[in-house]
Ligand binder design. Sequence first.
Ligand code: PLP
Length: 396
Amino acid sequence: MTEVDARVPAVLGGAPAFPERLPLVRPTLRDVPGLTADIGAILDRGLLTNGATVRQLEDAVSERLGAHVVAVSSCTAGLMLVMQAVEATGPVVMPSFTFSASAHAVTWAGGSPDFADVEPERATLDPDRIAGLLDGAAAMTATHIYGSPCDVERLGELARDAGVPLIYDAAHALGSERNGTPIGRFGVAEVFSLSPTKVVVAGEGGLIATMDPDLAQWCRLGRDYGNPGDYDTRFAGLNARMSELHAAVALASFAHLDENIANRVALVDRFEAGVAGLPGLRIVRPAEGDTSTFKDLTMVVDAEAFGLSAPQIQAAFDAEGIDSRRYYHPPIHRQTSYDGKWDTPRPLPVTDELAGSVLSPPLWSHLEGSTMDRVADVLVELHRHASKVAATLEVD
Ligand SMILES: Cc1ncc(COP(=O)(O)O)c(C=O)c1O
């Protein structure tokens, strides 16, 4: 019997697998001394915003994507600006199974989220569920969730036919590709996040990518109060500028994007192999021909087949010292902030089902393979002891 076979889950009195705790995510910055020197040089130059480093970041990302790129202070601010630019002041068709900021950006721009269901495999906005909803819509947004690209062809066609601007929340997807085309080239605009949980990190930050030079120019003005430089603001913009310091961090992180994604794919494969014998677990993967950043490693748990629900596994993980998240629970339409605010409520069965059954264990780009194996081993043990674990836990 191996050491792993002999372990008893921590909820049943065994020693925790990670007494030092395993966080959900850690930023990967491979050359901290080099980055520190870059930051020192920025401080020496004394120009902390509107400087060359932000432009360097925009140029580097623009070259990779083949799109215009505008750096902003966060993905949320970028989405707010784009929603304002397309005048999304009416109903905006969008998924509820995404992060709250997707809907908050719509709300801040004066629009009202009109939630539609997602498809079960990739958890992205389901083109089959939105055809009738676009009549009278001000815009549509869709999220490349966990980094898996949406069905951009069908969504694009529906948006074009309805004459509705389509904006992608690409918070998770800097580095993802749809059939060989980089995410960043679809819809009216796509907005990436560089917050600490993402594959490319700035500390905090975002990037608007668009094929439309006029929109890019509008966003450049919009991130700077709407001020073209003469203090005669052309519209009510934001302060959504990215600082030079954040851009330096983002550049250092972006330089290793391909290596980091390759590591994540290998870790996801390794985890999947480790849990391969277990019933009732599925890893969310991109469609055939697409690539994902795997911003998250997300499992969909069939509680009956596995013997434990996603919340029960989360509680058992916590006892083991393993951090995890139920991305995305609760879905936005069930959050307090949207209670009573959805004008045309409709059932979202796939969203509700997924929200109840997803769980994301830790993943970051420099995570050790052996650590990933230990997390998989814990799942094997939890399944083996499932009925006792379920009886011990207070969650269903
Ligand atoms: C899908 C999605 N959209 C938007 C955001 C907001 O990004 P930011 O924190 O850069 O504003 C996040 C952040 O995690 C996200 O997951």
